[in-house]
Design a protein around this ligand. Sequence first.
Ligand code: ADP
Ligand code: MG
Length: 393
Amino acid sequence: MRTSASLSISRSSERAQGSTEKPRLHDPRQDTIAAEVKGLSKVYNAGSSRAYEALKNFHLSIHANEFFTLLGPSGCGKTTLLRILGGFETLSAGTCTIFGQDVSRLPPEARPVNTVFQQYALFPHMTVRRNIAFGLEMLGTSRVETERTVERMLELVHMTEYADRKPDTMSGGQRQRVALARALAPRPKLLLLDEPLSALDLKLRQKMRLELKALQRETGITFIFVTHDQEEALAMSDRIAVIDQGRLQQVGTPEEIYEHPKSRFVADFIGESNLLDARVSGLSGTEANLTIEGFADIRAPIEWPLEVGQAVSLSIRPERLIIREAGEETCSGMARVVARTYLGNAVEYHLVAGNQSLTARAPRGGLRGLLDFAPGDEVGVGFEPGAIKVLLS
Ligand code: ADP
Ligand code: MG
């Protein structure tokens, strides 16, 4: 089937050179800023009694070629930020630049940006091929160029054999792939994706994660991806921005965010954490001495300024909490097992130590998996060296 050229005129578009360009190797270019917001605030219904500040003094820089994720619970402001970047929402204060250009006052169509929404908005009366071609035609891309790009996009999302089907004859995952192909076809410099996988079932979502990531690498287009699913964010992103109640909490690689959470919110929202109250009882060189009620003192590296006597929160991941036979000398304290949960690849123990609840997760067949405990057992608790993080807030 041929694509209609009725909408094309010979004007060439700087965005539509995709099919001749070689895919770049994946390498987020730290020297080129794809998108940047500075001092960004958004107040909905400003001036009325229903005024609501959805984004509070946001600063964020996203590098070219990056797979960047905005992560946070529902209502934290992710969609608002994405819509401001796309030009669908005005900002109340601050600036927004895309590839060095201040776009704060530009309409969506004047930005080198495309958006994939949660509900794939395909044209139901058009075939897959026509859906993908549509944006290119609107840009005035030549017929030959459009056809070539559509073929390439079909291949990229593994939908060539569905090219002449209409959306209502396809599954959710297939439709979402077409939506992606359509958004990628005009080769935007920046692609915004608002929870594009959330309508899919788990198996398909996991498959699409890998495909999306591969697509981003192959095209070299900067992706800003929105999700409330921390596992999805960890699996796909080069860097993640964690947002809570309109405030940016932390920005970093998945590993940095997981291994070095700065706040109780991040430690708790990303993966699972045991959160403990402690007091700084001494400082020596690069280490802090920490006193936790009911446990022997422990040491942890100093990652930010601390003062002796300061109350702090500590975080330790369940998989880094060690439980042993009661009475072993190397234990930091004692706890009682209140529940044991079999997880297939691991066993989780819910513990109580004084008035503190703790969770330990032992991989099955791992060193600690050799021991097994039952509810009611008294156990020794230890902390893997380096596993304790002192939180900033
Ligand atoms: P997320 O995408 O993280 O779930 P949103 O950006 O959609 O969050 O919303 C952030 C907050 O702003 C929410 O409390 C939401 O109710 C509010 N909000 C979003 N859009 C509007 C709007 N058009 N008018 C008023 N309040 C809004
Ligand atoms: Mg949203």
